[in-house]
Design a binder for this molecule. Sequence first.
Ligand code: ADP
Ligand code: MG
Length: 262
Amino acid sequence: MTTALLLDVRDLHVSFTTPDGADLHAVRGVSLTLRRGETVAVVGESGSGKSTTALALLRMLPGTGRITAGSVLLDGTDLTTAGEDALRAVRGSRVGMVFQDPMTALNPVLTVGRHLDEVLRAHGGRDRAARRARALELLGLVGIPDPGRRLDDHPHQFSGGQRQRILIAMALAGEPDVLLADEPTTALDATVQDQILTLLGDLTRTTGTALVLITHNLGVVARTCERVLVLYGGTVVEDGPTAEVLARPRHPYTAGLLAAVP
Ligand code: ADP
Ligand code: MG
């Protein structure tokens, strides 16, 4: 079982129902695989189904969204049919998630220390002092300077980039097998985007966590991800080693995307 896939998504279909009752077929047969420790980028124009795919993996689809076909095997267990308890155990502890806007995931009235403490407790950390030590370690890992003095600060006392680092620390707290990051830096300026995405790449290398990174930043994809998948209209139009896809794009969308990189 040494080469078993960590994640094996097969022919996934997702639909939404529009307000007039029509079927919006957002994800049309996406297949993707991920080995332990592997880093994969998912790119594609807005509306191509990237977020819907990511959310469907953990059955977190909003509104009318539903999986209509396919399977999502995590270590061989199909999450599309798993019970709620099994799913809850997977979210956060096996799969850590980082989303676009840190403020929606952080509670403005709780300190950063409290945020981390609750995540660590949820993942079985029984000893308060050990949780505090781990919280400091995690903040250091994601590059928050002087973490010992920041535990009692609230989210608004940090910059946007630092808040995103805090979310990454929270996502890593459960020592997940996979980090799923959906455009985690869209709200940030270009330099900070680069720093955070590079940090994600570095962290996955040092911790052995696999990474699925949804991003538009092809420069960072080239530096941090071994493989890249291109989504277009809800289907995978490219899937290959990053260097190969970037050097010889097969789909016009990918070629256009590369031509637009300064
Ligand atoms: P991406 O993340 O690549 O920009 P999305 O997965 O957000 O794309 O969207 C894929 C398609 O699904 C789009 O046509 C979008 O309008 C539709 N969609 C996404 N979320 C919802 C929702 N909550 N309700 C209805 N349609 C949605
Ligand atoms: Mg999206």
